[in-house]
Ligand binder design. Structure first.
Ligand code: NZQ
Ligand code: ZN
Length: 392
């Protein structure tokens, strides 16, 4: 167990009817609010009306800032910062999934500085504070509702970068599983895949060989995510399944699973962000293609942890570690196929001829995230393993 600091200041309100508290939870930070949301799902599913009723009743003056795209872009955030400064916003309220919450974080942080917000993502400036941020989560996936991360695509440079900082954690996040009833099944699955990826990034990249507490916590989360996802595919309005997936996705990336692991990396995300940046694929869909290929490549160096994962998550009985590990990777890939998440580049309509461009694009993030063992050749090799024809 390595030394760690676990500082989780985000207040979570979880469960039915919690959305009605967004007004009383936000007014404590001020009356001038910027309401950030996406392309309209909250208007269709009624969440917008419930949020606005609560904000109005609490006495907030609301400036609406809709239009956040999935895989959110810098140009929209820059305009949001301008609006926040013009209206002397006191609290930012995000209602949506990870794209909306990440955009709101960038706006809340950018509103307090005079330099371009992209410098935070380039690592040239660090976040020293942000406007208070309250959230209503509507999609279980990214974990942004309870972490200090934010991810943005620079639409001019076609770079998708993520950055993290303690100041970016929301003050309050409201998690009502019923808010996710309307999430389409494909995005429900992509959210489950994203949450599994967050766990596997920690699980397989820690340098500490003895982390039994975190390992079993993470293995349990993966099992629950897979089980809840399958129940949602049977009944999208299964409250308990939606609640299980929502809370697992939040726990998967709120610092708990990584506490005590020492330094870890996010190589699968480093590669996937290029798929999203260059081809605008849904984040989770890109990950279900990258994960098995990256695991196959990494397993060659460290079969023991992959064998443990195979035995504890998929019940693999094979005694040979390398064979067991391969069976575990195959089982995970089969599960992705079972829940209809893509597993090949071709499933994403990405031609193998794009691999060199993808690898070159990913290198920018590999350098920024100091993933020093990855060069363009290695990333290309991993991406080759994402091809239908590249199947080993
Ligand atoms: O545009 P809206 O109306 O919001 O529609 C969204 C969007 O089209 C829709 N949706 C969301 N909630 C819904 C709903 N549709 C019906 N009913 C609902 N209740 O679903 C689509 C996808 O939404 P999005 O927010 O893009 O999905 P997700 O939550 O998976 O967020 C993905 C973003 O999170 C980033 C990813 O890179 C990606 O940009 N991540 C953020 C992280 C963080 N902050 O820590 C870590 C993650 O690894 C991830 O990188
Ligand atoms: Zn992710």
């Amino acid at each position: 167990m390595q030394n760690f600091v676990f500082h989780q200041p985000t207040k979570i309100l979880f469960g039915r009817e919690t959305i009605s508290s967004i007004g009383s939870e936000s007014i404590v930070f001020g009356t001038r609010a910027l309401l950030v949301y996406g392309s309209g799902s909250i208007r269709e599913n009624g969440i917008y009306d419930r949020v606005m009723a609560s904000l109005t009743e609490a006495g907030l003056e609301v400036i609406e800032y809709p239009g956040v795209r999935s895989n959110p872009v810098l140009s929209h955030v820059r305009e949001g910062i301008r609006v926040a400064k013009e209206h002397r916003i006191e609290v930012v309220i995000a209602v949506g999934g990870g794209s909306v919450i990440d955009s709101a974080k960038a706006i809340a942080a950018g509103a307090l500085v005079n330099h371009d917000v992209w410098l935070f993502f380039k690592g040239k400036k660090s976040v020293a504070g942000k406007l208070p941020l309250t959230c209503v989560l509507t999609l279980a996936a990214a974990g942004s509702e309870m972490n200090g991360g934010m991810v943005l695509t620079n639409d001019d440079l076609r770079q998708k970068f993520g950055t993290g900082n303690q100041h970016l954690k929301p003050q309050v996040s409201i998690l009502d599983p019923e808010a996710t009833f309307s999430v389409p099944l494909d995005y429900s699955v992509y959210g489950a895949v994203d949450a599994i990826a967050h766990i596997l990034e920690f699980y397989f990249t820690t340098g500490d060989p003895t982390t039994p507490v975190q390992d079993r916590l993470m293995e349990g989360l993966v099992l629950n995510i897979m089980e809840a996802c399958e129940r949602i595919l049977v009944d999208p309005k299964d409250y308990n399944a939606r609640a299980d997936l929502m809370w697992c996705a939040t726990l998967a990336l709120n610092g708990l699973t990584g506490a005590g692991l020492g330094p870890v990396g996010f190589p699968m995300h480093m590669i996937e962000h290029s798929l999203s940046a260059l081809f605008d694929v849904p984040h989770g869909a890109g990950l279900s293609v990258v994960i098995p290929a990256w695991m196959t490549w990494r397993n060659e160096q460290n079969p023991l942890k992959f064998a443990q994962f195979a035995r504890r998550v998929f019940g693999v009985l094979e005694s040979d570690d390398r064979l067991a590990a391969n069976q575990g990777i195959h089982s995970l890939k089969s599960w992705f196929k079972k829940v209809k998440s893509p597993v090949f580049l071709e499933d994403l309509d990405i031609a193998p001829s794009a691999i060199d461009d993808l690898a070159a694009n990913a290198m920018d993030l590999a350098r920024l995230w100091r993933l020093r063992e990855y060069d363009q050749g290695i990333i290309s090799r991993i991406l080759q393993g994402c091809r239908r024809s590249g199947l080993r």
